[in-house]
Ligand binder design. Structure first.
Ligand SMILES: *Cc1c(COP(=O)(O)O)cnc(C)c1O
Length: 371
């Protein structure tokens, strides 16, 4: 069997090469590099896909989180609640505003924030909760929305891993004041470089987000405030527009592939398969298992030509970057336990049943010879 990469962006490109090449050529021929019609076109089509009033393209999905918080007036002296196991964007952007990140442990079954542990972290300084929809599955968004309402704090959704994911028929990104998406190349909708966006139904906030992302100006040289330079560029927008019509079918293929993994991996007592919440459409940005002897399994799979990854090897509060907060690993027992157990298997629409069978066989073989 040929080596199985963790993600395979080249086969996706090959499957739609003419559309991508044409999109790139158009942008270059029109020199529509910054702003212009390709950015507008993508923002409009993403807005209609989500049934939302405003989409504001940004340079990446980290800036989009920062822009949301900054324009909501979050800053020094404030606290923002986020999840203990995520990509660092979910917490570093809180610090960037001047506010303090407050971590909540994960749910042991689903791996996203444990909604029952949020309220004990709320203080008079709390200004917002960033609900991170990890792995392609939404966290308990309705409970979290109610907590926000009860305490009169903002709900912000980090949808970097949850394009088209939904809960009880409502997509990720539609419950908060504003939501952030990433189009990092490996995300379910990926650009060929950095890209991201904010979505919101709030007209006034939409204006402020757009202004802040463009040096504080909606019109050239009319700087109402100081801002940053964080625009979605034309090339990335055109590539995203070319890919967008395939997002649903790529998502369906991910879900189908997850089902194939479930089938061939069931019955191995040393691993736990990803759990899907009732009412949830899990779009499998990641197919994440819990494994005994995780490091041994990971190395064995590597030797067998299968690349895997860990999302994430160190829980955020346990990182050197957050040493100053003075947390102990025991403060986040589930996130700390997960560090040693979680393993993300190869997952992409183009993965074949034959490849999944191979990976599953290798995993079975590892536990048969190592138990
Ligand atoms: C990828 C990711 C981001 C940030 O995206 P970039 O576009 O790489 O800046 C934020 N949050 C989560 C949970 C992510 O997975």
């Amino acid at each position: 069997m040929k080596k199985i990469p963790f993600v395979d962006l080249l086969s996706q490109y090959k499957s739609i090469k003419p559309a991508i090449d044409k999109a790139i050529e158009n942008v270059i021929e029109e020199s529509a590099f910054i702003g212009g019609r390709y950015v507008k076109e993508f923002e409009d089509s993403f807005a209609s896909l989500y049934g939302i009033k405003h989409v504001i393209g940004c340079a990446n999905g980290t800036d989009s989180l920062y822009i949301i918080m900054k324009m909501l007036g979050i800053g020094t002296g404030d606290e923002v609640i986020t999840v203990a196991n995520s990509w660092i964007s979910s917490s570093e952007t809180i610090t960037q505003t001047g506010a303090k990140p407050v971590f909540v442990d994960i749910d042991p079954v689903y791996g996203s924030v444990n909604e029952n542990k949020i309220e004990e972290k709320i203080t008079p300084r709390s200004k917002a909760i960033i609900a991170v929809h990890l792995q392609g599955q939404m966290c308990a968004i309705e409970n979290i929305r109610q907590i926000c309402e009860r305490h009169n704090i903002y709900l912000i959704e980090d949808c970097a891993q949850s394009h088209l994911s939904s809960m009880n028929g409502v997509r990720a990104g539609l419950k908060g004041i504003a939501s952030s998406f990433s189009f990092y190349p490996g995300k379910n909708l990926g650009a060929y470089g950095d890209a991201g966006c904010i979505i919101t139904n709030d007209d006034e906030m939409a204006k402020r987000f757009r202004m802040y992302a463009n040096h504080g100006a909606l019109k050239k040289h009319q700087h109402q405030i100081e801002g940053i330079n964080s625009r979605l560029d034309g090339l990335q927008a055109a590539i995203l527009s070319a890919k967008l019509p395939y997002l649903q079918s790529w998502t369906d293929s991910r879900i189908k592939n997850a089902g194939i993994y479930d089938k061939y991996l069931s019955g191995i007592s040393q691993i736990k398969l990803p759990a899907v919440r009732p009412g949830s459409v899990h779009t499998f940005h990641l197919y994440m298992i819990r494994a005994e002897h995780r490091d041994g399994l990971m190395n064995y799979l590597k030797d067998q030509g299968v690349d895997t990854a860990i999302h994430y090897p160190t829980a955020l509060p346990n990182l050197p970057a957050y040493k100053y907060l003075g947390h102990q690993p025991e403060d986040f027992p589930e996130a700390t336990k997960a560090e040693k157990e979680i393993l993300s298997l190869p997952m992409y629409p183009e993965l074949t049943e034959e490849q999944i069978i191979y990976i599953s066989d290798r995993i079975k073989n590892y536990y048969q010879t190592n138990s």
